[in-house]
Design a protein around this ligand. Structure first.
Ligand code: AHG
Ligand code: MN
Ligand code: MN
Ligand code: MN
Length: 336
C-alpha cells in the first residue's frame, strides 16, 4: 500500500460494519442498520456537546434521575436523541438508559430483535468545565421470539453481541467491539464520517498508571487499600505508578485501553456495590477490555459473568491490563 492508497482508502465505520456483516451470511443487515442509528446519535450528541457553551445547553435541567442525580440539560437531550434514534431504527425492542427509571418497550410495529443498554452521557459532572465526556452502549439479542420482558436485558455481560463508547473530547472517537477485537474510529467533521484510526486495539499487558478516586480511600476495604498502597509504595523495588483520574469513566477507560494500567471504582463502606452501573457502564467497558486482551473483575468474580437482577444495579469494578488486574484478584482471593 502506498501512502496515497491509505489517504484514499477511507475505511468508514459503516463500511467496517458491513465487512463484519459479510462474515455472517445469515445476517440480514439488521445489526448494521442498528449500528448506523447509534452512530447517528453519537454525531448528534457530539455536535450538541461542542456547541453546549454557546447554545445555553450547560447547567441543570431542573430534574433528578432514578440515580438521585441532578440531571444536566445535556443528559436529558442526549437521552432523548438516543431513544428516538434507537426506536426509529426499527431494530430494537427494549431500551435501558441511565436516565430513565423504567426500561422502554418499543411498540410492536417498530420492534426488532435487539436490546440496547446505554448511558447517554457519561461524566456529566464534567460537562460544564469542558472535560471529556461520552456515551456508553451495549447490545443484546432478545432471548427468543416471545413477548419481550425485562429478562431479555437482565442477561450476563458475556451474552452481549457488541459494546462500545463514543468519547466527546479533543476529537470525537468511537470505540467498538462486535466480538472479534476492538477498533477505534475518529469523526472527520468535514466528511461527517467516522474513519478507522485505531485498528485492532490491544491493551498493554501491564501498565504504569492507576486510576481511582482517592477521595474515597477512608471507606475502602482491605484488598483495595492494600493494592493502592502498593501502587504508591511498591515492595518489589519497581517505581511507583502514576495516578490519572479524570472522573469521566469513558475518558479514564479510553486512556487505560490505549496506554495500559488499571481503572478502579471499588466498593466502599458507604456504597457496598460501588458506584458504576452494571448494564450500561460495567458490562460494555468490561466487554471491550476482554476483547482488547485485558480483563475486568468485581472483587468477587469476572465482571461479565455477573447476572444483574435490576436494570440500574451497581457493581464494584477493577478493569484494565491483564497483569494489573491479576494483582488485585490475588489480594481479594487472599481475603476469602
Ligand atoms: P454519569 O455521569 O453517567 O452519572 O457517570 C459518572 C460516573 C463515571 O463517569 C465516573 O467514572 C464516576 O462517575 C466518577 O465518580 P466519582 O465522581 O465518585 O469519582
Ligand atoms: Mn449520571
Ligand atoms: Mn456514567
Ligand atoms: Mn450518564
Amino acid at each position: 500500500h502506498s501512502a496515497d492508497a491509505h489517504r484514499t482508502d477511507l475505511m468508514t465505520i459503516t463500511r467496517f460494519v458491513l465487512n463484519e456483516q459479510s462474515k455472517h451470511p445469515e445476517s440480514r443487515g439488521d445489526f448494521s442498520i442498528l449500528l448506523s442509528h447509534i452512530v447517528l446519535g453519537c454525531k448528534f450528541v457530539c455536535t450538541a456537546v461542542n456547541k453546549a457553551g454557546l447554545a445555553k445547553l450547560l447547567g441543570l435541567a431542573g430534574e433528578t434521575n432514578v440515580q438521585g442525580e441532578d440531571q444536566k440539560k445535556l443528559d436529558v437531550l442526549s437521552n432523548e436523541v438516543f431513544i428516538k434514534a434507537l426506536v426509529s431504527s426499527g431494530r430494537t425492542c427494549i431500551l435501558v438508559s441511565e436516565e430513565d427509571e423504567e426500561a422502554t418497550f418499543v411498540e410492536p410495529a417498530k420492534r426488532g430483535k435487539y436490546c440496547v443498554v446505554f448511558d447517554p452521557l457519561d461524566g456529566s459532572s464534567n460537562i460544564d468545565c469542558g472535560v471529556s465526556i461520552g456515551t456508553i452502549f451495549g447490545i443484546y439479542m432478545i432471548k427468543d421470539g416471545h413477548e419481550p420482558t425485562l429478562d431479555d436485558v437482565l442477561q450476563p455481560g458475556k451474552n452481549m453481541l457488541a459494546a462500545g463508547y463514543c468519547m466527546y473530547g479533543s476529537s470525537c472517537t468511537l470505540v467498538l467491539s462486535t466480538g472479534s477485537g476492538v477498533n477505534g474510529f475518529t469523526l472527520d467533521p468535514s466528511l461527517g464520517e467516522f474513519i478507522l484510526t485505531h485498528p485492532d486495539i490491544k491493551i498493554p499487558k501491564k501498565g504504569k498508571i492507576y486510576s481511582v478516586n482517592e477521595g474515597n480511600a477512608k471507606n475502602w476495604d482491605g484488598p483495595t487499600s492494600e493494592y493502592v498502597q502498593k501502587c504508591k509504595y511498591p515492595t518489589d523495588g519497581s517505581s511507583p505508578k502514576s495516578l490519572r483520574y479524570i472522573g469521566s469513566m469513558v475518558a479514564d477507560v479510553h486512556r487505560t485501553l490505549l496506554y495500559g494500567g488499571i481503572f478502579l471504582y471499588p466498593a466502599d463502606k458507604k456504597s457496598p456495590n460501588g458506584k458504576l452501573r452494571v448494564l450500561y457502564e460495567v458490562f460494555p467497558m468490561s466487554f471491550l477490555m476482554e476483547q482488547a486482551g485485558g480483563q475486568s473483575f468485581t472483587g468477587k468474580q469476572r465482571a461479565l459473568d455477573l447476572v444483574p437482577k435490576k436494570i440500574h444495579e451497581r457493581a464494584p469494578i477493577f478493569l484494565g491490563s491483564y497483569d494489573d488486574v491479576e494483582e488485585i484478584k490475588k489480594l481479594y482471593a487472599a481475603e476469602e
